[in-house]
Design a protein around this ligand. Sequence first.
Ligand SMILES: [Zn+2]
Length: 352
Amino acid sequence: MVKLRIIIEANSLRKHSPWFEHPEKPERIKYIIDGIKKNGLTDYVELVNHSYNEKEVLHVLERVHCRNYIEYIMKCRNNAPCEIDPDTYFSETSYELAMETFDLSYKTGLSIREQEKIFLVIRPPGHHAGRCGKAFNASTLGFCIFNNAAAAVLGFKDRGFNRVAILDIDVHHGNGAQEIFYKNKDVLHIDIHRNPHDFYPFTGFPEDIGIGKGRGYSANFIVLPHTGDDSYVQIVDYAFKLIQLYGPEALVVSAGFDGYKNDGLADLDLSQYSYYYIGWKLSKIDVPVIIVLEGGYSLGLIEGIPAFLNGLLSIEKQYGKTITNNKTSSYNLMIAEKIFNTITKLWRQRHE
Ligand SMILES: [Zn+2]
């Protein structure tokens, strides 16, 4: 039986608020709550006001981000409201919420119980925030300030877990988290995202598989525009096979719902079926799982998240109208098989 907790950070409903039209706004959390209510899942929700000790958080932050970047963000606090880059705004309360969210992610890694799966409904997202800000020479921070997934990984590490996996299902490449752990073999980073050739952040190609000791511990599965559920769920299967072979002691999911059809910022055609399927696959994982919210701006939150949660709870549901696209599936699956074979071959060689 899955023990699911949905932790909603109350401050994310009002803090870090844009003063102009921007998709990453507090209303996102309202959309999620509405979807949860409509689907009768409120029993799993906890609304928390997480308080943090600044000194303590800075100590952990320095293990994820470089000092210059942290100091830069602290300076932004004095200049707020301002725009860090063309994508990323910084309001008077952005620093507080980013700190709170980062700390909550870290502490959840420290304290989650063996059988639990915790969905952290948090803002701002974090997976584009690299070690010193923009990761792998990306053009912007893509709405992110601090890397929450990396914080959750550190929480797991600090309680003695040696091997942790990250699965990033946001439609954009999680370049920040991948960069932070690119040289590590004790953190497997798997990312399923839109082909970055012509899509933000223009990083995360299939040939990027990590360097040094980390070679073979980054996997970038890419999908074409208008990818439907048919090939997407098969790629999800490849990702879970890698996780199973790696055998992590804990899993962090960077959960973006912006691949949902007509969510707004991307061009995939995923339906509720794909998100239900990912949730259902996660329900079979028998290590602690922390799910951190990344992207998702409208329908992905309202319809995609309830489907994901139903899957996570192993609730029988039929999502009949799946979307198929024969034009994209053969390419997507050809690349996926290649990545899977390259990575597993490297792992076999290391064990020989
Ligand atoms: Zn995204």
